[in-house]
Design a protein around this ligand. Structure first.
Ligand code: ATP
Ligand code: MG
Length: 569
């Protein structure tokens, strides 16, 4: 690759719209350009990094016995209507009509299409197990596309789907993918962690997310300091020991709390702790208002609420919606006599003689007791875990860190095969539903996540396996025959050795070339400079640790070749 003939439009200035370092650096290094919100063009070096990730993913999927296919991006609505997801998927699914007025959508994921293939092509237990994958562009009309390739609307995903004869066989397929994923993320040079993830209606520990540890991550991960337990916050189980009810039940009392709506204001006014109060929060569960009770100092975990209610979406109701549903202004809502469905976090069952809103402006109630005073439609672990909670597996101390989800594996069971009637004939001659799993990797997101983890003030520091090129040669004397000959010779020798190399043959100042080389994050830099004619030595710099060594071009070739082979092993 010749710098002078390659489109690498680096920028000196930091683009104002980029909020996170990977987005800034990918723009500055000339890897990507924005077309519209969440939609990017990949320029030569950006694409090269994406291809590197794709190849690692492809090799490991093939090694695990999966077969590569490529499915259409445009999908007929009919398939999605069969599974009920045409309605349920919400506005992330981009729907449109073709010239024949047929409803279609752009694939955000491919369960429907793959299950359609399976029901037509897989007939017998002899066809199973099978795992089919693709590396393909997805479209999701994300509500908040941001952070460049991290959360795009159009992005590259690897999605795989396994089909098995039984639940036990599907567990094996799942475990194979778990192992393949570990290899993929290690090979990409990422620091990551596999964490238990929410598995919705399937239950059990059959959903894992692979998280790249980085401050800018949108997910919070709970990690035990004593054992192996790690889970997405959404899934982390809060263990609450049932307490004996020891206090006598006191008489319910209405108390005036003029203008006191927030927990802190109520507590200050009544001189009580938030742990003595129960918050009543109204959520819209698939549009229907539901009140949720949690202790005053706790936060509701949406995913847990969604699972308890069995709905697709929950969203906090705004003041008007609360008032319309309950006739009570927010801040004074309580469970006693409330008009809508009420569910409670398990911890509330341990509380006695607590405080709640009085369902009347400027009033609260004192000495409320759940069993005596409230009608509850459901109780479960509904709150966010905190670092004061014990590890659900060993009781140890928990820590919280941020992570970027780069992969997700999921045991699907027979949900899709039942709704689309995808069956096979088993050994006993009976027709059974295919047991499925699905496995995603955010290919473009990996490149962004790797940069989040590996950068400094001067630019990107690519892990070698996913670097667009492994070596950059700087020719610092393009009008000097000796320097140019040496640089060009080294360039062809690297090429012949199969090393991916970029030669900076532009007529630019040395300082300019050094800056760009650092920005691009190429793992090794070889500089052929002014001193070469005298010493016969070139300078080799490692981007990661900044170490500089002088050596002959021959030595540079052999040393770097060795290092590269070792790093890719
Ligand atoms: P998220 O919670 O980040 O929205 P998701 O649960 O919707 O992710 P999946 O449906 O499991 O994601 O998709 C598989 C993988 O695709 C994810 O693990 C992630 O790496 C990647 N991915 C999902 N949405 C995006 C996006 N908008 N931009 C880039 N990559 C994405
Ligand atoms: Mg999503």
């Amino acid at each position: 690759m010749r710098y002078s003939q390659t489109l690498i439009p680096t920028l000196k200035e930091t683009p104002a719209e980029a909020e996170v370092v990977s987005h800034r650096l990918m723009l500055r290094a000339g890897f990507i350009r924005k077309l519209s919100a969440g939609i990017y063009s990949y320029l030569p070096l950006g694409l090269a990094a994406i291809r590197k990730v794709e190849n690692i993913v492809r090799e490991e999927m093939n090694r695990a016995g999966a077969q590569e296919i490529l499915m259409p991006m445009v999908q007929p609505a009919d398939l999605w209507i069969e599974t009920g997801r045409y309605e349920k998927y919400g506005p992330e699914l981009l729907r449109f009509k073709d010239r024949h007025n047929r409803e279609s959508c752009l694939g955000p994921t491919h369960e429907e299409v793959i299950t359609d293939i399976a029901r037509k092509e897989l007939h017998s237990y002899r066809d199973l197990p099978i795992n089919l994958y693709q590396i393909q562009t997805k479209f999701r009309d994300e509500i908040r596309p941001r952070f460049g390739l991290m959360r795009g609307r159009e992005f590259v995903m690897k999605d795989a789907y396994s089909f098995d004869v039984s639940d036990e066989a599907a567990t094996l397929s799942y475990q194979k993918m778990y192992e393949a994923y570990k290899r993929i993320f290690s090979r990409c040079g990422l620091q990551y962690r596999a964490v238990q993830a929410d598995s919705g209606s399937i239950g059990g520990n059959f959903s894992h997310e692979f998280m790249v540890l980085a401050e800018t991550g949108e997910d919070t991960i709970v990690v035990c300091k004593s054992c192996e337990y790690a889970a997405n916050m959404e899934k982390a189980v809060v263990v609450v020991e049932k307490k004996e009810q020891t206090e006598p039940l006191a008489e319910l009392e209405k108390i005036e709390t003029p203008g006191k709506r927030k927990v802190t204001a109520v507590c200050d006014f009544l001189k009580i702790e938030p742990t003595q109060l129960v918050k009543t929060m109204v959520f819209k569960a698939d549009g229907v208002p539901v009140a949720v009770l949690v202790r005053g100092d706790r936060e509701v975990e949406d995913v847990k609420l969604k699972n308890l209610l069995g709905v697709a979406e929950v969203e906090m109701a705004d003041d008007k919606e609360v008032f319309d549903a309950t006739g009570v202004p927010t801040g004074y809502l309580g469970p006693v006599g409330i008009k809508i469905k009420v569910v409670a976090d398990q911890e509330v069952a341990n509380m006695q003689n607590f405080y709640v809103g009085g369902n009347e402006k400027n009033y609260h109630l004192k000495n409320v007791n759940l069993e005596r005073d409230c009608v509850i439609d459901g109780m479960a672990d509904l709150r966010q875990i905190t670092t004061s909670d014990p590890c659900p597996e060993c009781g140890g101390k928990l820590g919280l860190t941020e992570g970027i989800e780069v992969g997700h594996i999921f045991k699907l069971g027979t949900g899709y095969s039942e709704s689309m009637n995808a069956t096979f004939q088993d050994k006993d001659g009976k027709d059974k539903h295919l047991v499925m799993g699905c496995y995603g990797i955010g290919v473009t997101r990996i490149v962004a996540a790797a940069i989040e983890q590996n950068n400094d003030d001067n630019g990107i520091i690519f892990p070698l396996p996913i670097a667009p090129v492994s070596v950059v040669i700087l020719n610092l004397g393009i009008n000097d025959a000796v320097i140019t000959d040496a640089a060009e010779k080294l360039y062809s020798e690297f090429l012949s050795a199969g090393v991916q190399v970029l030669i900076d043959d532009r007529d630019e100042r040395p300082g300019f070339k050094f800056k760009d080389a650092d920005l691009l994050g190429t793992p090794f830099r070889v500089t052929v400079g002014k001193g070469f004619a005298k010493t016969g030595l070139v300078e080799v710099k490692t981007r990661k640790d900044g170490k500089v060594e002088e050596m002959t071009p021959e030595k540079a070739l052999s040393t770097l070749q060795e290092k590269i082979v070792a790093a890719l092993r």
